[in-house]
Design a protein around this ligand. Structure first.
Ligand code: NAD
Ligand code: TYD
Length: 334
């Protein structure tokens, strides 16, 4: 039995990854260390409460004492824990630097002292910054442009330095925009799907022509699993869905699927420093033998259906702090 320490396992991708791994491998134990910030939600893992191979620990990855206590029982670390929302990083960057950079440092140090078997740093395509044409390969320079992406770039390179300097068995993944169930409804797809369900405005930043590459979260989870068993140590792997879409295309698709009027589309002031386009060249991972399985339209339909059927999950998240934030930011009444 191998023990995985999954940090940030109560968030969107982390919770999908914990579930994916427990279903796929019968010889793994998943220890989920999560601080339960606004984005951490134990509802995401409700179905695993009685699973004997799953354990939850509430705690901060910046807490050296706690991390040092946990690490001796760990074989593999998968570090998802992060402050992850670009808009929040523009308003209040401090927690991004603390968690994304210092927290990663605490984990790397503890991992080094305990001779762990593998350390997977979940980085992001946003570390490359924006690209007008073409696509970034793993050796392209990083030009992060938000406090979020800059803090992720710091963590990404810090992890690499532990491979070079201390021989820590590190692997780094840089994935594009995920979508799927349990995605906090402040990000584009879950916000727009749930707003449309409730006949509320969909706030489109700027001209809506910014481009993102989208990947279904289960494909991302499978890719991480594949890289941890087939990838080389010390390497970076881009993970993309090969689905480039403008925000307008995504918005129109959601409205059409939910049979809602285009009048819900509301153009609002642009995000500061808004990256125009993200694009990844994933040939390195394709050559290694992994490609995404999910068709974009089918996966988005499945995701929309999940939000229709799971109002209990998102309705309570769309109140209080969230409402205040959006009202203040966009003078809207979502
Ligand atoms: P999320 O915001 O949904 O989840 C983050 C989780 O980390 C939450 O459960 C939160 O409680 C936890 N957390 C935050 N600070 C912590 C701390 N100090 N100690 C312990 N736990 C803490 O984020 P997500 O969308 O699931 O992203 C997970 C990871 O994947 C992040 O590292 C992010 O940078 C990366 N990533 C995300 C995407 C995407 O499209 N969402 C794409 C590529 C990479
Ligand atoms: P987001 O989901 O925040 O992911 P990221 O910024 O990390 O790519 O945003 C995706 C795109 O959608 C991005 O171009 C910003 C845009 N967007 C809006 O137009 N309106 C919104 O309310 C949100 C949250 C995002």
């Amino acid at each position: 039995m191998k023990t995985f320490l999954v940090t940030g396992g109560a968030g969107f991708i982390g919770s999908n990854y914990v579930r994916y791994m427990l279903n796929k491998h019968k010889d793994v134990r998943m220890v989920n260390l999560d601080k339960l910030t606004y984005a951490g939600n134990l509802d995401n893992l409700k179905d695993l409460k009685n699973n004997s191979r799953y354990k939850f620990i509430k705690g901060d990855i910046c807490n050296e004492v706690l991390v040092n206590e946990i690490m001796p029982e760990v074989d593999v670390v998968v570090n998802f824990a992060a402050e992850s929302h670009v808009d929040r990083s523009i308003g209040a960057p401090a927690d991004f630097i603390k968690t994304d950079v210092f927290g990663t440092f605490v984990l790397l140090e503890a991992a080094r002292r305990n001779n762990i078997e593998r350390f997977i740093q979940i980085s992001t395509d946003e570390v490359y910054g924006s690209i007008e044409n073409g696509a970034f390969t793993e050796t392209d320079p990083m030009m992060p442009s938000s406090p979020y992406s800059a803090s992720k770039a710091g963590a990404d390179r810090l992890a690499y330095s532990y491979f070079v300097t201390y021989d820590l068995p590190v692997q780094i993944t840089r994935c594009s925009n995920n979508f799927g169930p349990y995605h906090y409804p402040e990000k584009l797809i879950p916000l727009f799907v749930t707003n449309a369900i409730e006949d509320k405005p969909l706030p489109i930043y700027g001209d809506g022509k910014n481009v993102r590459d989208w990947i279904y979260v289960e494909d991302h989870c499978e890719a991480i699993d594949f890289i941890s068993s087939h990838g080389k140590l010390g390497e970076v792997y881009n993970i993309g869905g090969d689905n480039e879409k403008t925000n307008l295309e995504i918005t129109e698709y959601i409205l059409k699927k939910l049979e809602k009027p285009k009048s819900l589309m509301t153009f609002v002031k642009d995000r500061l420093g808004h990256d125009r386009r993200y694009a990844l060249d994933c040939s390195k991972l394709h050559k290694l033998g992994w490609k995404p399985k999910f068709d974009f339209d089918e996966a988005l339909d499945k995701t929309i259906k999940w939000y229709i059927e799971n109002r209990w999950w998102w309705e309570k998240l769309k109140s209080g702090e969230y409402l205040e934030y959006y009202k203040k930011q966009y003078n809207l009444n979502p």
